[in-house]
Design a protein around this ligand. Structure first.
Ligand code: 3PG
Length: 307
């Protein structure tokens, strides 16, 4: 029988697993679950007889693909697929997909949860500021960036965006001001929200030069990937700009140091929380299950990310 494995170190909400099970079993397949695994050997063992795998930020690398002799498809229930070795998957003749847009509202809402926390001085009782009227810069205008823009307008913010792959007129149709470069975005906006993927081009790209060009009272909020930050540059910025706050859903390697030195200007969620809502889990998890069924039954490769 065709076996679909859900391998999630960070489990989906139970209601999402129920929905995934209904789709998988409804297609006549078997569902296996590997949640909160503590050792890679458990994943290597679980993938052995799986024909399809649904993952989140779980690492799918060459050793996993080597162990998964029956594997045809991996679906990353979510947007970013930097955790999957695409070249190795292609070499193993495994199709890799993501589920774009399915968890983006959840991530966008967390941006504002963290921003209110930051501008109210981490709820320490002192007078903070408001978001209304502040310039918000959105770096990358994809599914999350668009949701951030929509919510920001509700807060009465002055919204700017830059996306190397999205034309200015598309951005401006949403009532968002398009700027010409990442550098312009940082120079213009007191608050910048990052929504770029971790790629060879973006890794370490958010550096001291960019951050130090931000206006006074600057805040960078990162719900994207920790790799996009130049951590030495971040450390320097925290040290040299006492007005600067960094709030993140993905802790940098220097988390303990920043927490100790700047408890009133640095905050990292204990675990990556952006997509941790029942709605996002249901949307992304069930989309992943449906994509697997459609691929195995009809060969539909619409959301394939490895060519
Ligand atoms: C994504 O790329 O979809 C988000 O970063 C969510 O990741 P997660 O599924 O590991 O929470």
């Amino acid at each position: 029988m065709t076996k679909v494995l859900v391998a999630t170190d960070k489990p989906f909400a139970a209601i999402a697993v129920k929905g995934i099970r209904e789709v998988v079993e409804g297609a006549g397949y078997e569902l296996a679950l590997l949640e909160k695994y503590t050792d890679k050997s458990q994943l290597l063992d679980a993938v052995k007889d799986a024909n399809a795998v649904i993952i989140r930020s779980d690492i799918i690398d060459a050793p996993v693909l080597d162990a998964a002799k029956e594997l045809k498809i991996v679906v990353r229930a979510g947007a970013g697929y930097d955790n999957v070795d695409l070249a190795a998957a292609t070499a193993h003749n495994v199709c890799v997909m993501n589920t774009p847009g399915q968890n983006s509202n959840a991530v966008a809402e967390l941006v504002f949860g963290m921003l209110v926390y930051a501008v109210r001085n981490f709820y320490n009782g002192t007078s903070g500021t408001e978001l209304m009227g502040k310039k918000l810069g959105i770096l990358a205008y994809g599914n999350v960036g668009r949701n951030v823009a929509r919510i920001a307008k509700g807060f009465g913010m002055d919204v700017y965006a830059y996306d190397a792959f999205c034309p200015a007129d598309v951005i401006e149709k949403d009532g968002v001001k398009a700027v010409a470069s990442t550098a312009d975005l940082f120079k213009t906006c007191q608050i910048v929200s990052l929504h770029i993927p971790a790629t060879a081009e973006t890794k370490g790209s958010i550096n001291f030069e960019l951050m130090s060009s931000m206006p006074k009272g600057a805040i960078v909020v990162n719900t994207a990937r920790k790799e996009v930050i130049d951590e030495a540059g971040l450390a320097k910025m925290m040290e040299e700009r006492p007005d600067f706050k960094y709030i993140t859903d993905i802790k940098p390697a220097i988390d303990a140091d920043l927490t100790a030195k700047y408890p009133d200007r640095y905050f990292g969620t204990p675990k990556k929380m952006g997509a941790q809502t029942a709605e996002a889990n249901i949307n992304a998890g069930i989309a992943a299950a449906k994509q697997i069924v459609d691929f195995l039954q009809n060969g539909n490769e619409k959301f394939r990310v490895n060519k």
